[in-house]
Design a protein around this ligand. Structure first.
Ligand code: SF4
Length: 489
């Protein structure tokens, strides 16, 4: 083999085509699957990102807020580019750019200089700080660093500076989202609780949700109910603002004064129970009014529960327009069920999403045959198992906790399914197994505009069922011997 200088390069270890073919066949075998599942000290293509990425997403959901990464520049680029590629929108964030000297002497100098510059140059209303691995490993004390920053006049005394420790060797992007949301709400609402004051509003938390169509769908539903609301960590405009020729560094986000007054709300509802565990536990102790936590409203049963909860919390009946939507969603499912019924699927992703996928598939008479999650809890396992046990289509389904997409590949090639639901990172596993990948979740880099279409509510049911069934129909149609497939009955 010649290199780009025309010189012959002799491989150190020669691998014959026969040996390559043998290995390629072996990694598809049950024997390899067993070895793959026995691996302990290595993760290959995990189904999660690191904590700070979730923290950055959350920070983008507040008015005039500049996300600030305390740590290395490469890490900051990773979160920004991942968000940027998923949404195809800018994800403006800054970084304290720690290098070797920061790792030895601590990151206080970097943090102070970064804060001073960011405040002066980008004129934010709030700076939300979170950490990458390096300052966590060396034990940077953010409480002290920020106190010193204010004392030195680097940043005004009353300027909001929520911060979250987001060590990536622990947890996932979902944990980081939770930590940042908690820090922001604690900062903004400090001293704002007023006895006997009630905003009359519903505080709503979507959790780690990167589907801007979902945010718009929730708002549309609240408006149909005529429920006044405060959408906490609202990224719908931040990552889906109109293209009108004007660059806005901080489009949209929850107004800071509204977020501060949320502590006096009529009720608070989260639909990301796994993504807001710490925040919701604190909200229950700190916020006025009622508190409710529901699963993400995916599928008909979970959307029904969501609508009934809205009716209960607001005191308004479920609007007729929403009831009609439900009927149309059930009709859409009935029309489509023959294409999904009896089919087997593999699903992977964040805990809240996984529960939603499984609910919808079971409602369609399909089996979520392989259910895979990285860093899943026993609580999640129990919830998934309860869903499976409640349906005849849950039989034979298996839950894989703390597994990655290389495990998924082994499952797909040795125990076949008809389709896979998940994000872009599962593409190679699905391709190797020659099964279609239905792209939902985060991140989706290799398709456009997915995040603009809701997967929650009755509209989400229609969208997901349509996407899945039409692709299954298309695959069959492209290869069917009968050229009149589905044209004549
Ligand atoms: S895992 Fe740690 S080192 Fe890697 S990108 Fe995340 S914060 Fe940076």
């Amino acid at each position: 083999m010649a290199n780009n200088l025309g010189l012959t390069v002799k491989p150190i270890t020669g691998i014959s085509p026969e040996e390559e073919a043998r290995i390629a066949a072996w990694i598809d075998s049950p024997e390899y699957r067993e070895k793959n599942f026995a691996r302990q000290a290595l993760v290959v293509n995990p189904v999660h990102a690191c904590q700070p990425l979730g923290a950055e997403l959350c920070a983008h959901g507040f008015e005039g807020t500049l996300p600030f990464v305390h740590g290395s520049q490469g890490c900051a680029s990773y979160y920004r580019s991942t968000l940027n590629r998923h949404f195809r929108e800018p994800a403006a964030a800054v970084c304290s750019a720690m290098t070797e000297d920061g790792a030895v002497f601590g990151g206080q100098a970097n943090l102070h200089e970064g804060l001073e510059n960011a405040y002066a140059l980008y004129k934010p209303k709030m700076i939300s700080i979170f950490t990458s691995c390096m300052p966590e490993i060396i034990g940077d004390d953010l409480t002290a660093f920020l106190k010193n920053a204010r004392a030195k006049g680097v940043i005004p005394q009353d300027f909001p500076l929520p911060f979250a420790n987001t060590p990536s060797f622990n947890g996932t992007h979902v944990t980081g989202y939770d930590a940042m949301l908690l820090a922001i709400l604690q900062t903004l609402t400090a001293g704002k609780r007023v006895e006997d004051r009630c905003t009359g509003k519903l505080n709503f938390i979507a959790g780690f949700d990167t589907n801007t169509g979902n945010y718009r769908e929730y708002k549309r539903i609240f408006e149909a109910f005529r429920i006044p609301y405060t959408f906490l960590a609202d990224i719908s405009e931040s990552f889906d603002s109109p293209l009108d020729g004007t660059y806005r560094p901080y489009p949209g986000g929850t107004p800071l004064d509204e977020a501060a007054d949320a502590v006096n709300g009529k009720a608070t509802l989260t639909v990301g129970p796994h993504a807001t565990q710490k925040t919701f536990a604190w909200v229950k102790d700190s916020f006025a009014g009622k508190h409710a936590s529901l699963p993400m409203p995916m599928g008909v049963a979970r959307t029904d529960a969501f609508m009934l909860k809205l009716a209960e919390l607001s005191g308004h009946p479920v609007p007729e327009s929403i009831k009609a939507e439900r009927g149309r969603a059930v009709d859409a499912m009935t029309d489509a069920h023959q294409y999904m019924h009896g089919k087997k699927f593999a699903v992977y992703g964040d805990p809240d999403l996984l529960l939603g996928y499984v609910s919808l598939l079971l409602e369609m008479g399909a089996t979520p045959h392989h259910i895979l999650v990285s860093k899943g809890s026993k609580k999640l396992e129990k919830e998934l198992q309860a869903l499976l046990d409640a349906s005849p289509y849950g039989k034979g389904a298996k839950i894989y906790l703390n597994k990655d997409l290389w495990h998924l590949r082994s499952l797909l090639v040795t125990d076949r399914v008809d389709g896979v639901l998940g994000d872009t990172h599962g593409k190679f596993a699905a391709r190797d197994a020659r099964v279609p990948l239905f792209r939902f979740g985060f991140p989706i880099f290799d398709r456009v505009n997915r995040h603009r279409f809701p997967i929650v509510g009755y509209a989400g049911v229609v969208h997901m069922v349509t996407e899945i069934c039409n692709k299954l129909i298309e695959l069959r149609d492209d290869t069917d011997d009968d050229r009149h497939f589905e044209m004549m009955r």
